[in-house]
Design a protein around this ligand. Structure first.
Ligand SMILES: NC(=O)c1ccc[n+]([C@@H]2O[C@H](COP(=O)([O-])OP(=O)(O)OC[C@H]3O[C@@H](n4cnc5c(N)ncnc54)[C@H](OP(=O)(O)O)[C@@H]3O)[C@@H](O)[C@H]2O)c1
Length: 317
C-alpha cells in the first residue's frame, strides 16, 4: 500500500450493520471506497454475489484496489442452518477468493470473523486459544479463518468480533432493531439471562477496522469487543429502557430451556490484549453503545403511539 491516507478500498458487505459503519469510517478518514453487497444498492453499493468467483476476479482486476475489506457474510446462524451449502460459498469460499485476489494484487486484506468460533466454556478468550464452534455458522467462520490465513500471512488481518449493537441501514439487523420489531409484531422475544456476551458497537468496530487497514504492520488474527460483559437479557432490558418500553416487553429465559441449547455458547468474552494496546480506538462501554441506538425511521409513528413512555426517547438527527 503506497500511503496511509486516501487508500482505494473495495468494501464487501457495505449494506450490512458493520459494513455501513465501515463505509462511513472510511469516508471520515478520506479513503475512497467501492461498495459491494449481495443485492442492496444502499449507499451506492453494487450488487455482486460472493459466490460469483469469476465476477469477483473480473471486478477487482478492473478496479485494482489498494485494500479489500470483507464485512460480507451470511451472519445469522439460523439462515446458515437453512442453506448450509450456499452459506459455505459465501462465508468460506467467497472469503478465500477475496484473500487470493488481494494477495495477487498485493492489496491489504481485512476479514471479519466472530466469537462464535468458541464454545463458551472458558471465557475470556485470547486469539491464541483453541476454537471449538458449537454450530454450523461458527464452523464455517473458523474454516474461513484457517483458509484465509493459509493464502498469505502478510498484509492480512482477521478481526474476530462479538455481538454487534448499532443502527443498520434498513433498521432490521441489530439487537435493538429486532427487539423493537418483535414488540411491534406482537411476538415478544425470549432472551437468556445466562447467555453472557461482551457486545461492541458497529461504529467502534468500524474505527478499529480502519485503523487495522492503516497499520500494515499489524498482521494476523486479533480479537475486538466492547469494554464490558452483559447477559443478552440484561442488554434487552437496557434497550427497552432506552426506548421507553416497560420491562415485560421481553421474556426472560435460560439457555437450558432452549430447544437447541447445545448449539449456543453460554459465555463469550474476549481478552482484548494485544490489540487494545496498539490502537487508538478504545473499546466502548455498554452505556456508550446504548446511547448511540436510534429508532428506525419507519417506527417513529408506531413508537409514539405504543411505547409505554415515548418521551423517554429523544431522537438525535
Ligand atoms: N452482527 C453481529 O452480531 C456479528 C457478531 C460477530 C461477528 N459478526 C461478523 O461481522 C461481519 C458483518 O456482519 P453484519 O452483522 O454486519 O452482517 P449483516 O448486517 O447481515 O450484513 C451482511 C452483508 O453481507 C452482504 N451479503 C450477504 N450475502 C452476500 C452474498 N451472497 N454476496 C455478497 N454479499 C453478501 C449483505 O448484502 P445485502 O444487504 O445485499 O444482503 C450485507 O451487506 C460478518 O463477518 C459477521 O460474521 C457479526
Amino acid at each position: 500500500m503506497s500511503s496511509l491516507s486516501g487508500v482505494k478500498v473495495a468494501l464487501f458487505g457495505s449494506s450490512g450493520l458493520l459494513g455501513d459503519a465501515v463505509s462511513r469510517a472510511l469516508a471520515k478518514r478520506h479513503h475512497k471506497s467501492m461498495r459491494y453487497s449481495k443485492q442492496s444498492t444502499f449507499g451506492g453499493a453494487q450488487a455482486l454475489c460472493l459466490s460469483n468467483q469469476e465476477g469477483l476476479t473480473r471486478e477487482l482486476l478492473d478496479t485494482w484496489p489498494d485494500a479489500i475489506i470483507n464485512c460480507a457474510a451470511i451472519s445469522s446462524p439460523d439462515t446458515v442452518i437453512k442453506d448450509s451449502s450456499f452459506s459455505r460459498k459465501i462465508n468460506i469460499e467467497g472469503a478465500v477468493k477475496l484473500a487470493e485476489i488481494a494477495s495477487h494484487l498485493s492489496a491489504r486484506f481485512i476479514h471479519v470473523s466472530t466469537d462464535m468460533v468458541f464454545d463458551g466454556t472458558s471465557s475470556p478468550y485470547r486469539s491464541t486459544d483453541i476454537p471449538n464452534p458449537l454450530n454450523e455458522y461458527g464452523s464455517q467462520k473458523l474454516e474461513a479463518e484457517k483458509k484465509v490465513l493459509a493464502v498469505t500471512d502478510e498484509n492480512l488481518a482477521i478481526l474476530r468480533i462479538t455481538l454487534l449493537n448499532g443502527n443498520s441501514p434498513y433498521g432490521k439487523r441489530s439487537p435493538h432493531e429486532k427487539i423493537l420489531r418483535s414488540i411491534q409484531n406482537g411476538n415478544p422475544l425470549t432472551l437468556f439471562d445466562d447467555e453472557m456476551r461482551q457486545p461492541c458497537s458497529s461504529e467502534n468496530v468500524a474505527s478499529a477496522v480502519v485503523e487495522l487497514l492503516e497499520r500494515p504492520n499489524l498482521n494476523g488474527l486479533f480479537h475486538w469487543a466492547g469494554a464490558e460483559e452483559i447477559s443478552r437479557y440484561e442488554l434487552g432490558i437496557r434497550i427497552l429502557d432506552r426506548f421507553g418500553f416497560s420491562r415485560n416487553r421481553i421474556i426472560k429465559g435460560a439457555i437450558k430451556d432452549y430447544h437447541d441449547s447445545d448449539s449456543r455458547p453460554q459465555h463469550l468474552g474476549f481478552e482484548l490484549a494485544p490489540l487494545v494496546g496498539k490502537l487508538t480506538t478504545n473499546p466502548s462501554s455498554v452505556q456508550e453503545q446504548i446511547e448511540e441506538l436510534l429508532l428506525p425511521e419507519d417506527l417513529f409513528r408506531w413508537h409514539r403511539q405504543n411505547a409505554d413512555k415515548p418521551n423517554v426517547y429523544i431522537h438525535k438527527f
